[in-house]
Design a protein around this ligand. Structure first.
Ligand SMILES: Nc1ncnc2c1ncn2[C@@H]1O[C@H](COP(=O)(O)OP(=O)(O)OP(=O)(O)O)[C@@H](O)[C@H]1O
Ligand SMILES: Nc1ncnc2c1ncn2[C@@H]1O[C@H](COP(=O)(O)OP(=O)(O)OP(=O)(O)O)[C@@H](O)[C@H]1O
Ligand SMILES: [Mg+2]
Ligand SMILES: [Mg+2]
Lengths: 167, 158, 158, 167
């Protein structure tokens, strides 16, 4: 399940809708400090079901909604959609489609929505979708900023967990 | 479950022993299961030896050596059980230019099987991208995405 | 002791409010003493606002913004109570080129009062050095020190 | 007390004697990954009295002695000397001199020596020398690799300790 596209709106510093077309083998994201690069990583992990606000560098989950700037007021909704390419290794549930779009929304009032191909689902459906593809939000396929050295300096048991992800 | 773990461990170890000398241009490294009644309760030690050096504990390695050893392990896991995509957020920050060049060669090679998304400030790393995205905040506090070419990226990211 | 702490805190806070906007080219920041019966039992919070952004908690800042905020605080302490020397080991690693240029300007300025020793891989940072030392391992595993000029340094360090 | 010179021999990867002349305002130390740059920082902190092996990235203090390479056997002695310039703010004990050299040695058998201007002293004399000059091994004047962000992400009480150093 390669990523074809990521669409963000109202998520962290992405107040206006923005879209990343990722169909090529190697994509690079560049820009000055604080411009929003790592926020894209957070957006991907959030859409895939990440439940810990702290792991998204916030105190509460509401911190992912754009909270305003000098020129704009806060947003009322954060929405991220990630479109994946379906391939023969994809989960059975989506083999009939050529692509699958996972969407997550969070409203200021705290209510959240999950959708697969625009159909409302539960969080469990989203995490089930990614189980087994090795692409879960904890696996070795997403190395966050500053955490590359952690694998080496972690305790031996933690390294075992890391290897178990690949089992 | 236990067999699966041991089988995966052996395969990751095999790949790690190949990737490490590739990134370090020599030396050797391997994974060792710690003594435990049950492997699923034990841990995994990393034994590594950069080229020309004595075997050292991981803690005595330099910042760049640790990052490179960790990347070798990540790629070894990737080779055993590729995931459809891999996202690296500034893993090249502690590396010198020679190591950045070796890292990007390996990424280029692995990208035939999986998709790579790389966040970086390093001009050398940018050069392997098929497509570059610039994130700007022309309006302070508001992120915008623009498609950029290499020379624009090296200016924007700088 | 309490008076001394509060007096030092106030002076560091004053300097911090000057250095932060200098390194960030705008924005504002300050230190706040947490509520406590006795200031010597309490803590110190950092409240920072990069230019154009809303006030955010330090945790929401980016990797580069955190490094720059920390450097502002270190230099603020330096200005209140200069130590004879200051040694910085790759503090520029997470910074983009624009921030590296601002950091090196400030170091250059502070170096009229104190001695600076900087370890770096960044070609821009090297340019402010009055003297450059290359550490090499021509014989693997054995460190040797050589004096180098700027263009040699940019090649060796790369 | 600016640093005039650092001399290392048998310390970590510096098997052969090496010397850094630091009399200019800004000195830069450069070189590839793993070549020994941060070892110079460890040498300075060790000579100034650092007692924690872990804080010097080792398991035991013996780890600071050169432990061999493909071409050399291990050393029997680690020695670091740091020469400081004496100025009016220097501690009273050394005001008669123009410079002061602090030396620390560790032998393979575990015995260690401390010297000030080649005269044997105790560790306490070395730590006393640096008290009050703000140059202790814990102060804000030495920022180790990877630790710059720690000041910001530390707990509020730890930040207070940090400010107290300057008091
Ligand atoms: N909910 C939010 N609303 C508005 N802005 C936010 C929100 N959450 C985070 N931000 C802003 O996003 C910025 C951090 O972005 P990010 O971590 O993506 O930067 P970066 O491009 O990765 O930078 P670096 O190169 O330093 O790592 C912070 O300045 C923070 O203020
Ligand atoms: N007692 C010792 N004997 C021999 N070599 C040692 C000893 N202690 C540490 N080393 C070696 O020193 C090297 C680390 O050096 P150091 O941390 O100074 O590198 P560095 O130049 O700072 O690199 P980087 O740019 O990656 O931070 C390690 O490879 C380690 O093997
Ligand atoms: Mg980032
Ligand atoms: Mg180092």
């Amino acid at each position: 399940m390669r990523i074809k596209r990521i669409d963000l709106s109202g998520f962290k510093s992405f107040c206006d809708p923005a879209s990343l077309d990722l169909r090529q083998p190697v994509s690079a994201v560049v820009g000055p400090n604080g411009c929003g690069k790592s926020n894209v990583v957070d957006a991907l992990r959030w859409a895939m079901g990440e439940q810990s606000a702290r792991h998204l560098r916030g105190k509460t989950m509401e911190d992912v909604i754009f909270n305003g700037s000098d020129s704009r007021g806060p947003s009322g909704l954060a929405e991220v959609s990630v479109t994946f390419e379906v391939d023969p290794h994809s989960p059975v549930a989506v083999l009939d489609y050529s692509e699958v779009t996972v969407t997550r929304r969070l409203h200021r009032d705290g209510s959240s929505e999950y959708l697969i191909n625009k159909l409302p689902v539960r969080l469990r459906d989203i995490t089930n979708l990614f189980l087994g593809t090795g692409v879960g939000t904890k696996a070795y396929s997403i190395i966050e900023q500053g955490r590359v050295g952690l694998i080496v300096s972690a305790k031996p048991e933690e390294r075992r967990h890391f290897i178990e992800e690949a089992a | 479950c236990r067999e699966r773990f041991v089988e995966t461990f052996d395969r990751v170890n095999e790949q790690f022993q190949q990737v490490f000398p590739r990134l370090f241009r020599g030396g050797k490294a391997r994974l060792v299961l710690t003594e435990a009644e049950d492997v699923l309760q034990g841990g995994v030690e990393i034994v590594a030896q950069p080229p020309g050096k004595k075997l050292v504990s991981i803690d005595m390695m330099s910042g760049g050596e640790k990052a490179l050893t960790a990347t070798s392990l990540i790629f070894a896991m990737f080779l055993v059980r590729p995931t459809p995509f891999c996202l690296l957020d500034e893993v090249d920050a502690p590396l010198d230019d020679a190591n950045v060049l070796r890292l990007r060669e390996l990424v280029k090679e692995l990208s035939t099987g999986s998709q790579f998304i790389i966040i970086t400030h390093n001009h050398n790393t940018m050069e392997i991208a098929d497509r570059l995205f610039g994130v700007t905040m022309e309006e302070p506090g508001i992120s915008k995405l623009v498609s950029v070419n290499l020379s624009e990226a090296q200016r924007v990211a700088a």
